[in-house]
Design a protein around this ligand. Structure first.
Ligand code: ADP
Ligand code: MG
Length: 255
């Protein structure tokens, strides 16, 4: 499958069946380097399934996912993660009994050690460097004042911000976000939009799944509309906003 020079992620002719259900049918998606690519669509459209296929949690029934020239299909989630692909989950996956700061330090250790384990022989300098990096990341996401709190005690919005910090400290080349503002107040949503804009200016490629139109139109360079497991429209935000098929399938839909 040929890809253009600036395409960093190519989902090539991917299908995913669950028994008789075609959750994804002939998905062909190209994400340009450094851009924010939004995937929108009604509930059940296949958005989370698509993300799970990209990060290796689900194997496609056919087709392939290519990241920066490497075929991801067949690789395990942690192998894909080590290639520079990170994901913020729809339900935050954090260590509830560790402090906020410890949570953010954990992926940094994992990155250095190449596995999710604490290296007993790590140098003090290394630990200090990781702590500084973690604090810097917590400042970025606005959680510095909560660094000593047990992560389990955070509000839902703050847990999502913590998970974002745990992704950012990995310095991924591609960040996948599944409804990053779900369950947040309008104020927290706006804070998250500003944060994601800041990340965007650092050149990280992002794929963002989102129901909230305000978020999508604030952030997206390009939008793909998924309905019934197919991409029914794709283009710049203004093109997609005015597309009658999109209004029918999505804007008049569940949310
Ligand atoms: P979205 O994220 O757009 O709401 P999903 O990707 O979660 O949609 O789901 C797409 C379709 O696939 C839905 O009909 C859903 O019920 C179905 N589905 C998702 N995951 C599974 C699974 N593990 N087994 C069976 N069906 C599934
Ligand atoms: Mg979903």
């Amino acid at each position: 499958m040929q890809t253009k020079g600036n395409v960093v992620l190519h989902v090539a002719d991917v299908q995913k069946h669950f028994g008789g259900l075609h959750a994804l049918a002939d998905i062909d998606l190209q994400v340009d380097e450094g851009k924010t690519h939004a995937i929108i669509g009604p509930n059940g459209a296949g958005k989370s399934t698509l993300l799970n296929v990209i990060i290796g949690r689900l194997a496609p029934s056919s087709g392939a996912v290519v990241f920066d020239g490497t075929v991801l299909t067949g690789k395990k989630p942690h192998e894909i993660n080590q290639l520079g692909v990170a994901r913020v989950f729809q339900t935050p996956e954090i260590f509830a009994d560790l402090s906020v700061l410890q949570n953010v330090m954990t992926p940094a250790f994992a990155r250095r050690d190449g596995a999710f384990r604490i290296n007993m022989f790590r140098s003090v300098d290394n630990e200090r460097g990781i702590r500084e990096e973690a604090e810097h990341t917590l400042e970025d996401v606005g959680l510095m004042d909560r660094r000593a709190v047990h992560a389990g005690a955070l509000s839902r919005g703050d847990k999502r911000r913590l998970e974002l910090a745990m992704c950012l400290i990995q310095k991924p080349r591609l960040l996948l976000l599944d409804e990053p503002t779900a369950g947040m107040s309008r104020h927290d949503t706006n804070t998250t939009i500003e944060l994601l804009k800041k990340i965007k200016s650092r050149g990280m490629t992002k794929v963002i799944i989102e129901h909230d139109m305000h978020v999508v139109f604030s952030l997206a360079d390009k939008i793909s509309v998924l309905a019934g497991g197919r991409i029914i429209a794709e283009g710049l935000p203004d093109q997609v906003r005015g597309d009658p098929r999109v209004q029918e399938a999505y804007l008049g839909g569940v949310h």
